[in-house]
Design a protein around this ligand. Structure first.
Ligand code: SIN
Length: 288
């Protein structure tokens, strides 16, 4: 496939674009990789349709952008631990699905992910869309006064709410969820890291809002109670519809999101149908 055939079709005013003319089962030329990288930075999340890729193809594509992570609490495939299956079975009537609240992946790491590549293996006829939100726009829409306040703040992140011993993952397994997904709640999820509330993207140099519902616990120097109202405002603000796009999956669709400047949420509106996705997460750097 020649480089001239790559087309980028923007999906919404906020973020997201479909990249056409790329076959991810083949080795990509340097020019194709450059075009994909440019589209990724310009659109924050990019989508490829009608792909048919093996686990090796999936890993090869993700490795073009960095080293790969192995999730500490959710098991990967036996022979490819970097590929984490995200599965909800037809009989899983869980009220809390994996990834079902707004987050950026593994912000509880010292060095949160650069991005993730999610491949649709099986999807419901309708439902199971993923929503994405643009954290550059969320930052830019704040008042100058609040920007000034947040610029000086740092926030504590941990995985306790999602993967701690008393977390959503624990409640989900009590509900009989995770039939096909192995999630292991752990005390390790209580480990805390600190990140700036306003982060500068290491490649674009743009400022963005870096707090998320799943993993941000409180502001440094503030109690959890003092932090809660402002965090709630920021989480609601970050998810304003005009900052988002919603992607309708088909079998073979691939999404590649920039975890540094987006958040995402997997909708849980397809009870009685099976959904299986494979996620590979690319390691990132320390937020500044
Ligand atoms: C995730 O949060 O990584 C899962 C997203 C999805 O299943 O759509």
């Amino acid at each position: 496939m020649s480089d001239a055939e790559i087309r980028i079709e923007r999906l919404t005013g906020a973020l997201g674009a479909e990249v056409q003319g790329i076959d991810l089962s083949r080795s990509l030329s340097n020019a194709q990789v450059d075009a994909i990288h440019r589209a990724f930075l310009d659109n924050q999340v990019i989508f490829f349709r009608d792909q048919s890729i093996t686990p090796e193809d999936h890993l090869r594509f993700a490795r073009l952008f960095g080293e790969l992570d192995i999730h500490p609490f959710a098991a990967g495939l036996d022979d490819h631990p970097e590929i984490m299956p995200v599965v909800k079975e037809a009989e899983d009537h869980v009220s809390i699905n994996f990834g079902g609240t707004w987050h950026s992946d593994v912000s509880f790491y010292e060095k949160p992910a650069l991005g993730s590549v999610l491949y649709a293996i099986e999807v419901p006829d309708a439902g199971g869309d993923t929503m994405f939100a643009n954290m550059y726009l969320a930052y830019e829409a704040l008042s100058d006064g609040l920007k000034d306040t947040l610029d000086g703040l740092q926030a504590v992140h941990s995985a306790s709410r999602s993967f701690g011993l008393n977390s959503r993952a624990t409640r989900r397994s009590k509900e009989g969820g995770d039939v096909s997904m192995t999630v292991n709640p752990s005390e390790e999820a209580e480990n805390e890291v600190v990140h700036p509330v306003i982060r500068t993207h290491p490649e674009t140099g743009r400022k963005l809002l870096f707090v998320n519902y799943n993993f941000t616990q409180r502001f440094v120097g503030w109690t959890a109670e003092e932090s809660a109202p402002l965090l709630k405002f920021l989480w609601d603000h970050a998810a304003r519809p005009e900052f988002t796009c919603r992607f309708r999956w088909r079998k073979g669709s691939v999404a590649f999101w920039d975890n540094r400047c987006t958040q995402h949420l997997a909708l849980n509106d397809y009870h009685g149908s099976r959904r299986e996705m494979h996620r590979v997460t690319i390691c990132g750097d320390k937020p500044v």
